[in-house]
Design a protein around this ligand. Structure first.
Ligand code: ATP
Ligand code: MG
Length: 185
C-alpha cells in the first residue's frame, strides 16, 4: 500500500480536485483506491456524496478522518490519497507522518507559490513533488515558477494542469480519468 498526501498549506490550490482526479485515474488502472478526507470542511466527502446522488458514484470510497483516525490504513487499498486541509498544522502534520510521499499542488500565482515553498519546508523526511495546476501556458508566472523549481532542484511533475472550465465543472461528478493536460516541453 502506498499513501500519498495532497498537501499545500494554502486554501484553494487544487488539493481536492487533484485528489479526486488522481484517485479516479488510479481506479481506471484497476487499483484499489481509498481517499481519506482530512479537511474538516469535507470537500472530498461532499464531492463523493454529490456523485452518488447523481447515480454516478466515484469508483472509490471517501472517508472523513481526523488527526487520530488518519493513521488507520483502509483495508485492502493499494493506494491511499489524503486530501489535506489548508492552514491546520496539526492535521497537516498527521497527514505528512502517515504519508509515504507528498504531492504539493500550486497554481503559478504569487501567494500560492509563497505558500508552496513554506509547505515544502515542512516536508522534511518524505519524497515530495510539486504539481502545477490552474496554469496558463506562455505566461511569465508559469515560466518563473518552472525556473525557480528547477533552480531549487524541487521535483516537479512534467504534466501541467491547465486552468479549465471543464475541471471546475467536474466538482460533484465522477470525472473523466484525465483532465485535459498539456505536456511540459
Ligand atoms: N485546473 C483547474 N482549472 C480551473 N479550475 C480549477 C482547476 N483546479 C481547481 N480548480 C478550481 O479551483 C477551486 C479550488 O480547487 P480545490 O477545491 O480543488 O482546491 P483546494 O486546495 O482543495 O481548496 P481548499 O484548500 O479550500 O480545500 C475549485 O473551484 C476548483 O474547481
Ligand atoms: Mg480541498
Amino acid at each position: 500500500m502506498t499513501t500519498i498526501a495532497i498537501c499545500n498549506n494554502k486554501g484553494g490550490t487544487g488539493k481536492t480536485t487533484s485528489t479526486i482526479m488522481l484517485a479516479t485515474y488510479f481506479s481506471t488502472l484497476g487499483k484499489n483506491v481509498a481517499v481519506l478526507d482530512a479537511d474538516p470542511q469535507g470537500s472530498a466527502t461532499d464531492w463523493s456524496l454529490l456523485a452518488a446522488e447523481a447515480n454516478n458514484p466515484l469508483p472509490f470510497p471517501v472517508t472523513p478522518v481526523n488527526k487520530r483516525s488518519i493513521s488507520i490504513s483502509p483495508t485492502g487499498a493499494d493506494i491511499v490519497l489524503i486530501d489535506c486541509p489548508p492552514g491546520d498544522p496539526a492535521l497537516i502534520d498527521a497527514a505528512l507522518r502517515t504519508a509515504d510521499a507528498v504531492i504539493v499542488p500550486t497554481s503559478p500565482s504569487g501567494i500560492e507559490v509563497a505558500r508552496m515553498w513554506e509547505t515544502l519546508e515542512i516536508i522534511t523526511d518524505k519524497p515530495a513533488a510539486v504539481l502545477i495546476t490552474s496554469a496558463q501556458l506562455n505566461t511569465t508566472t508559469l515560466e518563473d515558477l518552472l525556473n525557480a523549481l528547477d533552480e531549487a532542484g524541487v521535483p516537479t511533475f512534467s504534466n501541467i494542469i491547465l486552468a479549465r472550465q471543464a475541471i471546475k465543472r467536474a466538482w460533484g461528478t465522477t470525472p473523466l480519468p484525465m483532465a485535459r493536460i498539456r505536456r511540459r516541453c
